[in-house]
Design a protein around this ligand. Structure first.
Ligand code: DC
Length: 219
């Protein structure tokens, strides 16, 4: 008998909605492998910025994208606001998304041997990367609240930026991610929506955990 495939939890959502913290906690709780797919786009953006490449050139960016190695995803430089904004720009290209797709699909369906499932977070996991995922969550929160969260995070990295600027950047980022033609950010039709505006990370985790346990329960 063919063994049942390992479950995939797909988590999409807006910038600074809390999806990354939630995804990490869920992966730790369920003992699943975790991939922050935004890091792939950030790693490409960093390579492009360092090479002074044109962020508007899809085909040449795709050539850089295939060079990315998993070790690069831990680079602390990926966390900066400038790299995040550039990541949103390189992510609009179909060629780039195609070049980064196989790595994500493979991670989702072939997580390390002794791990029993995978959690991926990003913008198009439930819609494009893992349309058959057992669980799909879409995380959002009011822009002002997300900006305040991100502002605190950037200050902790030593960035010199105002809250107003963080909010303006966030609105622009959402607009670009949601309105691009290639795999725009949107909830999958069968995604469960979670608004974290008034939820702590722990409260969001409890809600998501309860839902996932119900969805993954053997029938
Ligand atoms: O989640 P993040 O802030 O690290 O993502 C940075 C950018 O990368 C985001 O604004 C859009 C892009 N991205 C994407 O297009 N698709 C994904 N699955 C993940 C990120």
């Amino acid at each position: 008998m063919k063994p049942a495939r390992k479950p995939v939890i797909a988590i999409d959502g807006t910038f600074a909605s809390g999806k990354g913290s939630l995804a990490k906690k869920l992966a730790a709780y369920f003992g699943y492998a975790y991939l922050d797919t935004g890091k792939l786009y950030r790693a490409l953006a960093l390579r492009a910025l360092e090479a002074q490449a044109d962020l508007g050139g899809g085909p040449s960016l795709a050539k850089l994208a295939v060079l990315i190695r998993p070790g690069e995803l831990a680079n602390p430089k990926l966390k900066s606001g400038a790299v995040g904004a550039a990541a949103s720009k390189v992510a609009v290209h179909n060629e780039v998304r195609a070049a980064l797709k196989a790595y994500q699909v493979n991670f989702a369906h072939n997580p390390p041997k002794n791990v029993s499932g995978a959690v991926l977070d990003g913008r198009d996991i439930g819609t494009v990367i893992c349309p058959q995922a057992e669980v799909k969550l879409y995380i959002d929160a009011k822009p002002q609240i997300r900006a305040e969260r991100r502002y605190k995070e950037l200050l902790s990295y030593g960035e010199d930026i105002s809250l107003a600027q963080v909010l303006a950047d966030l609105v622009e980022r959402d607009r670009r991610d949601q309105n691009r033609a290639a795999a725009p950010l949107k909830p999958a039709v069968n995604a469960h929506l979670l608004d974290t505006t008034n939820l702590s990370i722990d409260a969001a985790f409890e809600q998501a955990k309860t839902l996932i346990m119900a969805l993954l329960k053997p029938i």
